[in-house]
Ligand binder design. Structure first.
Ligand code: C2E
Ligand code: MG
Ligand code: MG
Ligand code: MG
Length: 292
């Protein structure tokens, strides 16, 4: 009976695997075509400074406007872009597109806007991130201070020497560097100090229950204390409630980002927000439409 079950399980897995392999190949093909057809777009989520209540900057987040499917979020396709190496081309495009947008705002009533861009591990390890960034800044007439790169702890673990060189070069030009999803990796702040970092983004995992779980509250307080004594700025992501906001404000977090203020927005909604509500009043949430 065990043998029988084993054979069935084996057969089940091969059939299942074929379906998965085919689905993966379809997705790869679709992603390649999506890039060629210009179906990728950036949405932007505001970051709010806790001292002034103003929009301190934006995070650019990739979306796929897939004909017949609607808007697809990055969790559905970033891994596939990384596996296939397509992330190198798409990542360069994201950097250029963000700089183009910053440049356009700079010469419009919106004015100077700081924008952060997510950079994948593979881009850092194999791409030419500093070359891409410097070319894009020049092409669009953007001061380097207006661009920030978000890197994860794990992406700093591969090809470390090359990454340090890349980041030092960018830092020298004035580009800001932040660590995304901080606290979920295995690196200590002592290790991260080898990299020229300006800012930590505390992962949503610690923010979710920060007002109800004393361990999470202690972790967030410890991160804030350590980061500030190392002169790093701190932003909390995934802030959804007034109680989370109050906790972060009380503990001197510098910036917050999350649905409490705004979801990531397409350009028309975002520009309306930037022009009409430059001063996001704390603690009232901005009630904004969102399409996903
Ligand atoms: P991330 O960089 O940590 O971005 C934050 C994610 O949290 C975004 O998801 C954002 O929409 C979501 N978020 C923001 N506020 C809240 C909140 O209050 N509650 C909850 N539950 N979620 C919130 P999104 O846009 O789906 O992006 C997911 C991840 O995909 C990003 O995580 C980032 O790792 C990756 N990603 C997005 N755009 C790019 C890109 O251009 N390049 C690369 N390499 N990765 C990207
Ligand atoms: Mg990010
Ligand atoms: Mg994050
Ligand atoms: Mg993330």
């Amino acid at each position: 009976r065990a043998k029988q079950a084993g054979r069935d399980t084996f057969r089940f897995f091969t059939a299942q695997m074929n379906v998965e392999v085919l689905a993966r190949l379809d997705l790869e093909k679709a992603l390649r075509r999506a890039f060629e057809n210009g179906e990728f777009v950036l949405h932007y989520q505001p970051k709010v400074a806790l001292d002034s209540g103003c929009v301190a900057g934006l995070e650019a987040l990739l979306r796929w406007e897939r004909p017949g499917y609607g808007l697809i979020g990055p969790d559905m396709f970033i891994a596939s872009l990384e596996e296939t190496g397509l992330i190198l081309k798409v990542g360069s495009w994201v950097i250029d597109e963000a700089c183009r947008q910053i440049g356009q705002w700079l010469r419009s009533p919106v004015g100077p806007m700081q924008v952060s861009v997510n950079v994948a591990g593979r881009q850092l390890a194999e791409g030419d991130v500093d070359g891409d960034v410097i070319a894009a800044l020049e092409r669009h007439g953007v001061p380097p201070e207006l661009l920030e790169l978000e890197l994860t702890e794990s992406s700093l673990m591969v090809n470390t020497e090359r990454t340090i060189k890349t980041l030092k070069d960018l830092k020298w030009h004035g580009v800001q560097i932040s660590i995304d999803d901080f606290g979920t990796g295995y690196s200590s702040l002592a290790y991260l100090r080898r990299f020229p970092i300006d800012k930590l983004k505390i992962d949503i995992a610690f923010i979710r229950e920060v007002t109800s779980n004393p361990d999470d509250a202690a972790i967030v307080q410890a991160i804030l204390g350590m980061a500030h004594s190392l002169k790093l700025h701190v932003i909390a992501e995934g802030v959804e409630t007034a109680a989370q906001l109050a906790f972060l404000k009380r503990n001197r977090c510098d910036q917050v980002q999350g649905y409490f203020f705004s979801r990531p927005l397409a350009l028309p909604e975002l520009e309306a927000l930037l022009l009409n509500a430059r001063q996001m009043q704390l603690p009232a949430p901005a009630i904004l439409p969102y399409r996903k």
